[in-house]
Structure formats: structure tokens, C-alpha cells
Design a protein around this ligand. Structure first.
Ligand code: URA
Ligand code: SF4
Length: 472
């Protein structure tokens, strides 16, 4: 802490804020000993502030070129995230000295340089920990699935950490909340948005994502590189007990042999791409579909269900995934939702025989309850994994209009953030088709109580009628 009486400059805790203040001070020729750079988050008694702000000598650097080596910028951006209040002063002192001491950063024994290095290591270690230990929880909001994590880093590393998560979880909509700030990722626009911090009390509750973590770790786990010693050194033992992936470890190691040379697709990057033939003719696609292992859904379902309808159809309807009956019979929309869809199409004056009907996801996802198999919504990662099949079908049929029945199909073609409540019944452009209309799924009618059901039904018929009018 510097003596009262020196000039104080308050710095918002961001590298850019420091840079701006430091440049101004340097131009003014303010010697590091004559200034105290105070972090804005630091509670300072008002008395310590000296209203008289002594000027520097103001002469020798005005207008002069400021020397800022690229290496210093790189390291200063890291050290700026440190919580130590002296970092701003340290950085300014180094910047000041760099103006005349060219080889300064190479002088490892210099006290300032050694301190820079120490802080840099501490921040980088904290960043590494954040990459490893952030846990997302799955939540739902108006726009669908949203993964949320609350984390309290030792230093202010959120900004440094965000790109790592953007790359790892590019298809998910997620937010990481910390007490200092928050960041959200929009997979649609591929952009990061920074916002205010969130206290621990406001952080989301519930642990249903632990399971997803295990899967995630299993799928990125590369058996060819299994090295317990290295893992231990990466992950201090005291953290191990809290890590769900550690529970998955023995199983992972057991499976390692079988998987070397035939790595499974990572859950986060699951995709049917490798299984979809180059030639997009319906019979070719249909005969290749049963071999798909683009995501984990093939494991439990009876069979993959391909679309049905003429290759010349001008109207394509896309559902979510096969239901129980579809899974057994191998045809789309032949169960209760399908029978209702037939009725609605008749009402809307649409000839089902002339329409191509398919699903966003080709395998049935369910959970068993006694003898019953209960439908489960596919995850966004599964919808995206299966999308290559849907796109190939669309390429084969080239419909004039595509109708998405329900949110899953809409997310596949219109993006993760698509919200039925907002854009139902509108004609939308998608990256994959010129005209896409999203509407309710027939099963929404089956599930809703009578009054609502009648409303859904009316809107669905109206949307189907509009789609048919545009297609023919
Ligand atoms: N629901 C769907 O979305 N698709 C089907 O094929 C059956 C029910
Ligand atoms: Fe392949 Fe789609 Fe089945 Fe997943 S759901 S295995 S991507 S066909």
C-alpha cells in the first residue's frame, strides 16, 4: 500500500481499463512511485483519497512513442486477472521500466519480473482448474435447453476461460456464472456475451447434469493416451472425490482396449455425418441408415426409422423421433400421433400420400417403466447429430415447403434457440431450406387438456393448410 498523498487512479478490473490509464500516465510522465493504481472493487476509506492530484513532470514523455512489447501485452492480459491488488502498480512499473530497459522481461532475477511470472503462473493454474472443474446443469427456459454452471474462480479468469467452453460446447446454449461476472454462449450466432456477476445463492440448483458429465468425460476420454500418472498430476488428488468422471474411470479403463483404434464419437461432437452416403437418393439413404451409430440412441432402439413418401413430394413434414409403435414397425407416424396427424391433414385438405413424412431424429429415445417405454425428448446434441440424415432426405426430395412439427424439428432446421411460442406459423428461411414453417406437434394436442387442445388443433390445421397452399 502506498502512502497517502500520492496520486490515486481507480482502475476497473479489466486489462483494457489499466492499459488506458497506464498510457495516459506514461504520456504525462508520471513516475510509478508517484501514483497508486487502485482496483475499483477494493473498498477504500474515503479519507485515503487525496483530493489534490499532483501532476507528474509532464515533460519528457508527452507525445513520445510508447514502447509496449507484444510479449508484455500477452502476459499483462493474464496478470490483469489476478486478484492481488498490487498487480496494477506492478504492471505500470514494468511498463515504465520497459521504456528504457529493453531486455527487462528476460531478467528472471529482477524482483518485478519474478513477481510477474509468479502471478502469471497462478492465474494460468486457476484457468486450468476452471476448464477442468466447471459443471453445467441442464435447465429449460422459453427457448429450450440451457446449460448453466456456477463457479467461483480464485482469480478473475472468466474472460480467459470462455473461449475454451465455446469450442468444447459449441452446439449447446450455456452460461457460466461467477461472482465477478457471467458469460453466455449463443450457438446460433456463435457469440459470447458477458454480463454481471451472480452470487452463490442465486446459482442454479439440482444435479441432473452429473450424468451428462460422466458421459462427456467418457466420450472425450482417449484410451490411447491413458496415463493415470499424468491425470493425477493434472488433477490434484484432493479434487478427485468430487469428480463424477472419476466414478466412470474404472469402466472407462476397462473399455479402453476395445476402443483403441476405434474411438467412439465424442458425445459433444456426435454426428451421423460419417454414416450418411454421398449419394442422396432415398433408397441409398434408407439402406445405409440401419448402420448409423452417429449418437448413442441406436443402442436401445429396435431400429432406425426412415422417412416415408414420394421422392417428388413438394411438402415435407418433419416430426421429432419415432414413438413406441413407430420403433417396432419401422415406419414414421403410424402410432397415436400419426393417426391424429392423418386426421388433421384431411381436415387441412392435404393428401398424405403426396407428402414426405420423416423425423428429426431417427431412433426412438425412451426410458423404461415396468413394461412400458416412455418417450423422452432428444437432447440438442442428438438432434444435431442426426441432422445430416434429415438434410440428406431434404436434398433427395427437394420439397418446396418444410413443416416442422414441434420444437425438436424446429431446432434442427431453425437453430437451438428457436421458440415455437414466438415464431409458430410463420414462413421462415433456414440455412437448409427456403421455406420452413414450424408448428405444434400433434402429440401436443394429445397431451393438452381439452380447451387448449382445441386451440392447438385449430392452429395446426391452419398451418398445414397454409404450407400446402404454398407447396402446390
Ligand atoms: N412422433 C413423431 O414425432 N414422429 C413419429 O414418427 C411418431 C410420433
Ligand atoms: Fe444415427 Fe440419428 Fe440414430 Fe443417432 S439417432 S444413431 S444420429 S440415426
Amino acid at each position: 500500500m502506498k502512502l497517502a498523498g500520492v496520486r490515486r487512479v481507480v482502475i476497473e478490473p479489466r486489462y483494457e481499463a489499466w492499459r488506458e490509464a497506464a498510457r495516459a500516465l506514461l504520456r504525462e510522465g508520471v513516475c510509478p512511485d508517484d501514483v497508486d493504481l487502485v482496483d475499483a472493487t477494493e473498498p477504500l476509506p474515503a479519507l485515503l483519497f487525496d483530493p489534490a492530484q499532483p501532476e507528474g513532470d509532464g515533460q519528457h514523455r508527452t507525445g513520445a512513442h510508447i514502447r509496449v512489447p507484444a510479449e508484455f501485452v500477452r502476459r499483462a492480459e493474464v496478470v490483469a486477472c489476478h486478484r492481488e491488488r498490487e498487480r496494477w502498480n506492478l504492471l505500470y512499473r514494468l511498463l515504465w521500466r520497459l521504456q528504457s530497459e529493453r531486455g527487462l522481461l528476460r531478467m528472471e532475477l529482477d524482483e518485478d519480473v519474478a513477481r510477474l511470472r509468479r502471478m502469471e503462473h497462478q492465474v494460468k493454474y486457476d484457468l486450468h482448474k476452471m476448464h477442468a472443474f466447471v459443471r453445467f446443469r441442464r435447465g429449460m427456459d422459453m427457448d429450450g435447453e440451457h446449460f448453466i454452471a456456477w463457479y467461483e474462480p480464485a482469480h478473475r479468469v472468466l474472460g480467459l476461460a470462455a473461449p475454451f467452453f465455446a469450442e468444447r460446447f459449441a452446439v449447446m446454449r450455456w452460461s457460466i456464472l461467477t461472482p465477478d461476472g457471467s458469460v453466455s454462449w449463443e450457438p446460433e450466432t456463435k457469440s459470447l456475451h458477458f454480463g454481471a456477476g451472480v452470487s452463490r445463492e442465486r446459482a442454479p440448483e439440482g444435479d441432473d447434469l452429473e450424468e451428462m458429465w460422466r458421459t462427456y468425460y467418457k466420450s472425450i476420454f482417449n484410451p490411447a493416451r491413458t496415463n493415470i500418472t499424468a491425470m493425477r498430476s493434472e488433477m490434484p488428488v484432493r479434487y478427485w472425490k468430487n469428480l463424477p468422471e472419476v466414478m466412470a474411470m474404472p469402466e472407462m479403463l476397462q473399455q479402453a482396449d476395445a476402443r483403441v483404434g476405434g474411438m467412439i464419437a465424442a458425445q459433444a461432437n456426435a454426428s451421423a455425418t460419417a454414416f450418411v452416403p454421398q449419394e442422396h437418393r432415398l433408397p441409398v439413404l434408407q439402406s445405409a441408415l440401419p448402420a448409423c451409430q452417429g449418437c448413442d440412441l441406436y443402442r436401445c432402439a429396435t431400429q432406425a426409422v426412415f422417412g416415408r413418401g414420394p421422392a417428388t413430394a413438394r411438402l415435407m413434414l418433419v416430426g421429432e423421433q419415432p414413438g413406441d409403435e413407430e420403433d417396432r414397425r419401422g415406419e414414421p407416424f403410424v402410432g397415436p400421433a400419426g393417426r391424429l396427424l392423418n386426421e388433421l391433414m384431411i381436415e387441412a385438405g392435404v393428401d398424405r400420400e403426396a407428402v414426405y413424412v420423416t423425423n428429426a431424429v431417427k431412433h426412438f429415445k425412451f426410458r423404461e417403466q415396468g413394461k412400458r417405454r416412455l418417450h423422452e425428448n432428444p437432447r440438442l446434441s442428438e438432434i444435431f447429430a442426426c441432422r445430416p440424415w434429415l438434410l440428406a432426405e431434404m436434398d433427395a426430395v427437394k420439397p418446396k415447403v418444410v413443416v416442422c412439427l414441434g420444437a425438436s424439428a424446429a431446432k434442427s432446421l431453425l437453430g437451438a434457440n428457436f421458440a415455437l411460442t414466438r415464431n409458430r406459423g410463420q414462413v421462415l428461411a433456414s440455412p437448409y431450406a427456403e421455406r420452413v414453417i414450424a408448428t405444434f406437434h400433434p402429440s401436443a394436442i394429445l397431451r393438452a387438456e381439452a380447451e387448449r387442445a382445441a386451440g392447438y388443433r385449430e392452429m395446426l390445421v391452419q398451418d398445414l393448410r397454409m404450407a400446402a397452399e404454398m407447396a402446390y
